[in-house]
Design a protein around this ligand. Structure first.
Ligand code: SF4
Length: 180
């Protein structure tokens, strides 16, 4: 019997490792890359390259929006409710892509990070699941987060130092400054 087709939104390679471990035996996984929230372009390129490399290593297809052009300014100005908007933008596209491309389910690596707002990620995905009539596969991947991340660290994958947006970048810089 063939496995159900799952579109897994991947925010970065380290966060996706625990989701891949949890899902690979039961699902035919494809990665979906859509992360316009990453600041800046150089950081975007590093995270994407790392995700592409991890897809090849895991034997998973890497999919993305065909005509996407990185433009951080257009993303940043859209709302002040920044984390909720950040989840909405990415999960709406993921659900729609899953629906339009014949996937049985969609899910996201955002559910693996203990640094994300887990319930808000889940609620947002459920909202778009209903809106586009495509199933959302919910699983709490947080248990395997550090194990997956450390495995990729040992294998030399790029490890980001902040969540993604310019605000999280500035917060990280401030923390470093205060520690010195
Ligand atoms: S902190 Fe992370 S989740 Fe929140 S807006 Fe920034 S990049 Fe998105």
């Amino acid at each position: 019997m063939s496995k159900p087709k799952l579109l897994l939104h991947i925010c970065c390679a380290p966060c996706s490792a625990s989701a891949v471990t949890a899902l690979k035996d039961g699902c035919d996984i494809s990665f979906y890359w859509f992360n316009p929230n990453i600041y800046d372009e150089e950081e975007y390129r590093k995270r994407k390259e790392s995700a592409v490399k991890y897809a090849a290593f895991s034997g998973v297809k890497f999919l993305e929006e065909e005509n996407f052009i990185y433009d951080y300014s257009s993303w940043k100005d859209r709302s002040k409710e920044i984390c909720s908007l950040c989840y909405e933008i990415r999960l709406e596209k993921t659900a729609l892509f899953a629906k339009n491309n014949g996937f049985d389910y969609f899910s996201t690596s955002l559910l693996s990070s203990p640094y994300q707002k887990h319930s808000l990620v889940k609620d947002t995905a459920e909202k778009f699941s209903k809106r586009f009539d495509v199933k959302f596969l919910y699983k709490d991947f947080r248990d395997g987060f550090y194990e997956g991340k450390n495995l990729l660290r040992r294998q030399g994958y790029y490890m980001q130092k902040y969540c993604a947006c310019d605000k999280s970048y500035r917060e990280r810089q401030l923390k470093i400054k205060n520690e010195n």
